[in-house]
Design a protein around this ligand. Structure first.
Ligand code: FES
Ligand SMILES: [Fe+2]
Length: 371
């Protein structure tokens, strides 16, 4: 991971008040933090490298020999199920950084580089490299893919790149007991399909929007009809926030029961309805764009019209996020007051960001002192 210098951090943070913001009276992050520039690389190392992110569901790696490709804060990774369990590796070839893809041959699965066909086993070890035998300094046994941490929680596989402040257990404290209490059994779900969207906004613009139901009556007329907005609540934990709402009974759609919308810092969203989980992951892209990946998982058959309904809501969110980004870029606005009740999830997310920014500064100062 490329670590930003102190000078870069100080110039990127020159318009932000990094101190802890009280819930009542908090201002949103300033527009400068949402614009194209060094903040994107800073967040890769200060935020994305250090926290747990959803990579996939156990049902996508149920048998020995299966490989699942995923993205972890902008890095391509491969999860492999072998006799040693599920392990994760950087999917970046050690020869000249080529892309790896799953392959099958002679009854075995392995990872092969698309560039010059170096092949790696499910333990990350280099197996073979065409025409390299006898090359000075080449030793097959010394070349392996760097490993990442992978931990399973209720059938969900999470990974992270570097040691960070929280264990996965701490990150998801009390989630398992709430799922049990509300009758949601995530391990029994099966992956059905993935839909991706590329959006013209900073990744935080999209996350902020996800974290509040304040806009639902104004932006999502159809969703508003099935959510009971008055009893929409946000609960905060250290590393996640939970928005929940009882569903107004619609037996033809999702049935009655609770809807749970978890946001696990920094970029994982778990949208849980009876018999169904939809995960969203938000990835920053170059040029101040972001990609959102939706995975649909069901216990039985897909819920009728689930994908179509989700797409309607998503298109409404995309439109408002792109319009907000346009205005954040305009120079007209710096920062506004957050609604202490309806935007507590936004405040929670932005406080975690502020804390990571402070930590990045602290570490850069430490490095400079030691130099
Ligand atoms: S870059 Fe992978 S084999 Fe050359
Ligand atoms: Fe929305």
């Amino acid at each position: 991971m490329i670590t930003p210098t102190l000078a870069l951090l100080e110039s990127a943070f020159d318009q932000i008040d990094l101190s802890v913001q009280p819930t009542d009276g908090a201002h949103a992050l300033p527009a400068s933090m949402y614009r194209n520039g060094p903040i994107i690389d800073i967040e890769r190392s200060a935020v994305f490298a250090r926290h747990w992110q959803y990579l996939g569901h156990r049902s996508q790696l149920s048998t020995d020999g299966e490989i699942l490709m995923a993205s972890l804060g902008g890095l391509d990774v491969a999860l492999a199920h072998s006799a040693q369990g599920i392990r994760g590796f950087h999917a970046v070839c050690r020869h000249r950084a080529g892309p790896l893809k799953p392959c099958r041959g002679r009854g075995k699965t392995f990872l092969r580089c698309r560039y010059h066909a170096w092949a790696y086993g499910l333990d990350g070890q280099l197996l073979s490299a065409p025409e390299m035998r006898g090359a000075e300094g080449f030793d097959v046994s010394a070349i392996r893919l760097p490993e990442i941490e992978v931990v399973e929680f209720e059938g969900l596989l999470f990974g992270r790149l570097e040691p960070g402040p929280e264990s996965l257990e701490e990150a998801l404290v009390d989630v398992a007991s709430r799922l049990a209490h509300t009758g949601h059994a995530l391990p029994t779900l099966r992956f059905h399909e993935r839909v991706s969207y590329e959006i013209d906004c900073n990744w935080k613009t999209y996350v902020d929007n996800y974290l509040e139901g304040y806009h639902v009556p104004h932006i999502h007329p159809t969703l508003n009809a099935i959510l009971d907005y008055r009893s929409y609540t946000t609960t905060l934990s250290r590393w996640y926030s939970l928005q929940s709402s009882p569903l107004e009974s619609k037996p033809d759609a999702y049935g009655s029961g609770g809807a749970l919308y978890y946001f696990v810092y920094p970029n994982t969203m778990l949208n849980i309805l009876p018999g169904r989980l939809q995960t969203n992951r938000v990835f920053p892209l170059k040029g101040n764009r972001c990609r959102v990946e939706f995975d649909f998982l069901y216990r039985e058959a897909p819920v009728a019209n689930d994908r179509e309904f989700s797409d309607v809501v998503q298109q409404e969110d995309i439109r408002i996020c792109e319009d907000v980004q346009h205005n954040l870029d305009s120079g007209s606005y710096v920062s506004g007051l957050l609604n202490p009740t309806r935007e507590s999830g936004v405040h929670h997310f932005q406080e975690l960001l502020r804390s990571d920014y402070r930590e990045a500064l602290r570490r850069a100062k430490e490095t400079q002192r030691q130099a």
